[in-house]
Design a binder for this molecule. Structure first.
Ligand code: PLP
Ligand code: COI
Length: 358
């Protein structure tokens, strides 16, 4: 056991006695199934973050009364690290995920995390598990920071204690092929004044029943619409949405019902740098379907960290199918996705300063 000192923070490090790396098939890495040898943990006690540690990945002890289990004060993030051509490891836009974690924490009445704990904990964890970063095309190290309430107390109030952890999972992209989606008009993901913009567990558990029903009906994913009128397109289950109409990129504007996606922001910046016009506004279901029928909608795709850029080949609204253009014919989104990948893997210059070499 050693102690790693990075700048100011001391992170107690306990290395595993048995690495699982050699027995892991690096060519078969379904999203989120395998984890690296170590994890970073920290506790929030008496108003401060303490017990900063890197420990072997494994079960943690918890009270059966732990408030996160009962009342759902739990938030997470998702970001990725990529193996560069020179063997170094680059983390993509970690500052954005850090900022969103604290935004989620504030909405869920949880403790916020200092930036140095997030960044230095992550850097130290990547350093110890750097051999786990995949080097197969489109594979990456998916990083899952997560925080939850740990008070052993059944009263309903914000917990006074929290645990923060960073897990890492070498992974293929979440979706392996283009999607057939259902525009959902019965169930609702989020409401004005609700928690839709927070990355909190409940937003995903409430989506499971409607998503399972959609799977049973033969769809890959849902497109959520606004709760009040089911009139506007919002986002997908684990990604934001983009459309190409008359050569212009159209995407639902970020509002309190939608997760402010890092990939969405990245794709918008890349699209503009490549000379495309980008329109961010409320997008009606009706207009998207009209554009699809008239041929003006040439591309539709989902963008997210786990999802990367995933094409949508068919939309369904109230029982009617709207087949879209052949994903192989789509030059705008595939061009943006290629530029994005080239930046992430260090193939092209990172003119935006998005990569953090760890
Ligand atoms: N919307 C939801 C509901 C998500 O879970 C995600 C995934 O993180 C996104 C959008 C895309 O966000 P990002 O690009 O930051 O991963
Ligand atoms: C991510 O892209 O990081 C996500 O959170 C999606 C995940 C829910 C699969």
């Amino acid at each position: 056991n050693t102690e790693t000192v990075i700048e100011t923070l001391t992170i107690k490090t306990t290395k595993t006695a048995h690495s699982r790396l050699a027995e892991t098939d690096k060519t078969d890495l379904p999203f989120g199934k395998y984890f690296t040898d170590h994890m970073f943990v920290a506790d929030y006690i008496d108003g401060q973050w303490t017990n900063l540690e890197i420990v072997p990945y494994g079960p943690i002890e918890m009270s059966p009364a732990m408030s996160a289990l009962h009342y759902g004060q739990t938030i997470f993030e998702g970001l990725k690290a990529y193996k560069q051509a020179d063997g170094s490891v680059s983390v993509f836009r970690a500052d954005k995920n850090f900022a969103r974690l604290n935004k989620s924490a504030e909405r869920m009445s949880m403790a916020t995390l200092p930036e140095d704990i997030f960044m230095q904990g992550l850097a130290a964890l990547i350093d110890i598990d750097r051999a786990w970063v995949p080097d197969i095309e489109n594979y990456s190290l998916y990083i899952r920071p997560t925080m939850f309430a740990t008070d052993p107390f059944l009263g309903v109030r914000p917990s006074l204690t929290y645990k923060f952890m960073i897990l890492m999972s070498p992974s293929a992209p979440y979706y392996s092929k283009p999607l057939k989606v259902k525009i959902e008009t019965k169930y609702t993901r989020s409401v004005d004044g609700g928690v839709g913009a927070a990355k909190t567990g409940g937003n995903y558990s409430m989506a499971m029943l409607p998503t399972t029903k959609a799977h049973e009906e033969g769809f890959d994913q849902l497109i959520w619409t606004d709760a009040k009128e089911h009139r506007y397109v919002e986002e997908s289950g684990a990604a934001n949405l983009m459309f190409v109409v008359d050569g212009k990129i159209l995407t639902p504007e970020v509002r309190e019902t939608i997760l402010d996606g890092v990939t969405r922001d990245t794709v918008i910046q890349l699209a503009k740098s490549l000379g495309y016009e980008v329109e961010e506004r409320r997008v009606e279901i009706k207009e998207v379907l009209e554009y699809a029928e008239s041929g003006r909608l040439t591309e539709a795709f989902a963008v997210g960290t786990a999802a990367t850029v995933t094409q949508i080949y068919e939309m369904n609204f109230e029982g009617k199918a709207y087949p879209l253009t052949d994903p192989a014919s789509r030059t705008i989104s595939t061009g943006i996705a290629k530029k994005l990948n080239d930046i992430r893997y260090g193939v092209t210059a990172d003119e935006f300063g998005w990569n953090w070499i760890v």
